[in-house]
Design a binder for this molecule. Structure first.
Ligand SMILES: [Zn+2]
Length: 130
């Protein structure tokens, strides 16, 4: 699958948001988020470490409601020889690697976009059309 590029897929990772947030409980984490784009075909993880607070940020499973410029990209490394062993094994099993996109690769404050607009998952159905 090196000739045909996969269509660009956007995803979001939200710090402890969405899946594990229970109504009425204070938010345990910072809600910062990134928007990722898949630049290669491969496997992406369910969670990544939050670049703001160090807790875990969870995938929105490619279900995001708004288009916003991606901040990070999943890529396939050209060379695996120099990678740490665990990372190399991850890549050899089809896993992609995450890197910031130059100039805008930072974790975004939740105020950058209302989370209600960002998060569309099984727990929060899209509003029905009028
Ligand atoms: Zn965080």
């Amino acid at each position: 699958m090196t000739e045909n590029r996969a269509p660009a897929r956007l995803n979001a990772y939200v710090c402890d948001g969405g899946h594990f947030r229970l109504p009425g409980l204070p938010r345990p984490a910072c809600d910062h988020f990134i928007i990722t784009i898949d630049c290669a075909e491969g496997v992406t993880p369910f969670m990544v470490k939050c670049g703001n607070c160090g807790r875990m940020a969870f995938s929105k499973m490619y279900r995001i409601a708004v288009a916003i410029a991606p901040t990070h990209e999943w890529y396939w490394p050209d060379e695996t020889a120099d990678l740490p062993e665990g990372t190399r094994e991850h890549v050899e099993r089809g896993g992609l690697l995450l890197r910031p996109i130059e100039g805008r690769g930072r974790w975004l404050h939740p105020d950058a976009l209302r989370l209600d607009q960002l998060i569309v998952d099984a727990c929060r159905p899209l509003p029905a059309a009028a």
